[in-house]
Design a protein around this ligand. Structure first.
Ligand SMILES: [Zn+2]
Length: 131
């Protein structure tokens, strides 16, 4: 896991890591929207912060194996396309770009989130195979 201490752009595209996803990942603030949670989870992936990725994953779908530890995956950027809140559920459509061994890939997903006792959790996602 990588630590960021200096003021620095947020991997999710925000201006300042500490005021963007760092609030949630390092300072324990609770994301108020599914989009904030989704962005902070993307950033946690870029930092290989397995604990954060797992703790924000709903217990019903949380995988047992490590998911954010792959140092070969270089995350390049995030674009949130759509955020559809509906009470204690929400969907977020996004495109994340990454490289593995010099090859560029795109992950285009609509993620589902639920809110329980004031906290948002990632449930699962539908993938697009479009280029
Ligand atoms: Zn961020």
């Amino acid at each position: 896991m990588t630590r960021i201490s200096k003021p620095t752009p947020c991997p999710c595209g925000g201006n300042h890591y500490a005021q963007c996803c760092g609030r949630f990942i390092d300072q324990g603030d609770i994301p108020q929207t599914a989009e904030q949670l989704m962005r902070s989870r993307y950033t946690a992936y870029t930092l290989h912060n397995e604990d954060y990725v797992k703790s924000t994953w709903h217990a019903s779908t949380r995988p047992a194996e490590a998911v954010a530890q792959d140092e070969d995956t270089k995350w390049l950027g995030l674009e949130v396309r759509k955020h559809v809140p509906a009470g204690d559920a929400a969907t977020v459509e996004f495109v994340a770009r990454y490289k593995i061994g010099g090859r560029a890939h795109r992950l285009h997903e609509t993620s589902r989130f639920v809110r329980e006792e004031g906290r948002w959790y990632y449930v699962d996602g539908s993938f697009f195979t479009t280029k």
